[in-house]
Design a protein around this ligand. Structure first.
Ligand SMILES: [Zn+2]
Length: 188
C-alpha cells in the first residue's frame, strides 16, 4: 500500500457517479411524503478538499415534489450532512495515529489546512455522535470482531476490502451514505 493518498480526479468522478446512482433510485420512488413526482432542485455546495476540475462535483443533487413542494435530498458519498469538508477528507482526517491510513491522511489534511480543532471535533463526533446514528446502532453487527468507539473511523475503514486505500475509502463512503444527518447546529 502506498503511504500517501492521492484522491485524484478518477476517484472524485467515481463519487459523482455513485451519487447520481443513489439519486436516481430516490427519484424513481417518488416523493416520500406524498408519492408525487420529483423534479430536480439541486443546489451548489463548495466542499473543501474537492477537486474543482471534476465536473458537477460541487452540486448537491436534490429534488422538489411537484405536488407538495417538499424537498427530498438523497444520500451522498461526497458530502456528510452539511459539513464544509468532503466526506472523504472527514474520514481520513479523523483516523488516529497507529491506524493504517494515518500516514496517508496527514499530508492530505496539511495540504487542505484543516485546523487542528476541526480534526479534534471530527474525532469527537465519530466517538460520540456517529455511534448514536441509526446506521451504526443497526449496522455495527456486521463487523466482527466489534469496532469500539475509540477505534472509529480508522477501525471501520480497515474492514473494507480494496486494492488500495482509495478503493477501501470508496466502499466505506458508500456504507456511510445512510448516516442520519444531524440537525444544523450539531455539526462538528
Ligand atoms: Zn410530495
Amino acid at each position: 500500500m502506498r503511504d500517501a493518498v492521492v484522491l485524484d480526479v478518477r476517484f472524485h468522478k467515481a463519487l459523482v457517479e455513485i451519487d447520481h446512482e443513489l439519486a436516481a433510485k430516490v427519484r424513481a420512488r417518488g416523493c416520500p411524503h406524498c408519492g408525487g413526482k420529483l423534479h430536480s432542485a439541486q443546489y451548489p455546495r463548495k466542499p473543501r478538499g474537492w477537486r474543482p476540475e471534476v465536473g458537477g462535483g460541487e452540486t448537491r443533487l436534490s429534488y422538489c415534489c411537484e405536488t407538495c413542494r417538499r424537498r427530498t435530498t438523497p444520500a451522498s458519498v461526497r458530502f456528510l450532512g452539511r459539513r464544509v469538508y468532503s466526506a472523504a477528507v472527514m474520514v481520513l482526517g479523523s483516523v488516529l495515529p497507529g491506524r493504517l491510513s494515518v500516514a496517508a491522511a496527514r499530508p492530505l489534511c496539511v495540504a487542505l489546512k484543516v485546523p487542528k480543532r476541526t480534526l479534534a471535533r471530527w474525532r469527537e463526533w465519530w466517538r460520540q455522535g456517529f455511534v448514536k446514528t441509526p446506521l451504526w446502532i443497526h449496522g455495527q453487527a456486521r463487523f466482527m470482531p466489534t469496532i469500539g468507539p475509540q477505534e472509529l473511523p480508522g477501525g471501520l475503514l480497515e474492514r473494507f476490502q480494496g486494492d488500495d486505500l482509495e478503493a477501501r475509502l470508496m466502499r466505506c463512503l458508500r456504507f456511510l451514505t445512510t448516516v442520519a444527518v444531524p440537525a444544523r447546529g450539531h455539526l462538528p
